[in-house]
Write a protein that binds this ligand. Structure first.
Ligand SMILES: NC(=O)c1ccc[n+]([C@@H]2O[C@H](COP(=O)([O-])OP(=O)(O)OC[C@H]3O[C@@H](n4cnc5c(N)ncnc54)[C@H](O)[C@@H]3O)[C@@H](O)[C@H]2O)c1
Length: 252
């Protein structure tokens, strides 16, 4: 299958977890892919294993890193066509006890990172157009008291997504911008969280029950949704929030 044949894509946080699954699926569908991450060894190894991929070190919260990555991507593959703002982090903490430092760390990666990526993509895609996919979270729609900062950071990403979609429409730029909202997904980030809870088996059952489908999702299931938003099949989809969350958002 080649649903992304010839498209040039950049995936942040592409070395692990959901980002890695998106990189693998995009490459299998014919895209030229840049894996942009702070984890170099795994990113480089993944790029070497794929037909037409490259790795670039990128901390999404640093403007200069973005400029260097986009320049390198365009020199090798040509104009950017698909950006997936996937890199993100999570930390627990309620409004009563979350440290101020966590606010800056989470907002820098999740919200500022998405902002810088969208800004660079709007300039790089310009009149040629493209698709921007912001990996948010169902937590951005249905916050949790125990993840106050994370939930707020993902709500920021959802609002940013709509602003970018509006800007592109108002300025005649053929750029679509959508958010992808995963539920609980089996990734290194989640496994770290489960390990911190002590009884991992019990945590798995509890986390699975947060979805209507009563299970934890797999990164490949998020990659399939990202593929739709990246492809021309989503040609009339912009400013949308696509939930690939097993029904997390509608669960009481
Ligand atoms: N796993 C879940 O249950 C879940 C649910 C909803 C949303 N999400 C979102 O999906 C995205 C991916 O999550 P994941 O579970 O795959 O996480 P993960 O920790 O397993 O992988 C994240 C990747 O991002 C990279 N990264 C972290 N900080 C970075 C930075 N500053 N610059 C560049 N790269 C950076 C990491 O090195 C890693 O490769 C995140 O935005 C997360 O909030 C995850």
């Amino acid at each position: 299958m080649t649903r992304l044949s010839g498209k040039v894509a950049l995936v942040t946080g592409g070395a692990r977890g959901i980002g890695r699954a998106i990189v693998e699926r995009f490459a299998a569908e014919g895209a030229h892919v840049m894996i942009a991450d702070i984890v170099e060894d795994e990113g480089r190894a993944l790029a070497a294993a794929l037909p037409d991929a490259m790795f670039h070190t990128l901390d999404v919260s640093k403007s200069a890193d973005w400029d260097a990555a986009i320049t390198a991507l365009q020199a090798r593959f040509g104009p950017l066509g698909v950006l997936v703002n996937n890199a993100g982090t999570s930390m627990s903490g309620s409004i009563a006890d979350a440290p101020e430092a966590d606010w800056h760390r989470i907002m820098d990666i999740n919200a500022l990172g998405a902002f810088l990526g969208c800004q660079r993509a709007v300039h790089a895609m310009g009149v040629h157009g493209g698709s921007i996919i912001n990996v948010a979270s169902s937590r951005g729609q249905r916050p949790s008291s125990g993840q106050a900062i994370y939930s707020a950071s993902k709500a920021a990403v959802l609002s940013l997504t709509r602003s970018v979609a509006l800007h592109c429409g108002e300025n005649g730029l053929p750029i679509r911008c959508n958010a992808l909202c995963p539920g609980v997904i089996e990734t290194p980030l989640l496994r770290q969280h489960m390990a911190s809870l002590g009884d991992e088996a019990a945590a798995r059952v509890q986390l699975g029950a947060m979805q209507v489908m009563n299970r934890i999702g797999q990164p490949e299931e998020i990659a399939a949704a990202a593929l739709f938003l990246a492809s021309d099949e989503a040609s009339f989809v912009t400013g949308a929030e696509l939930n690939a969350d097993g029904g997390f958002r509608i669960r009481d």
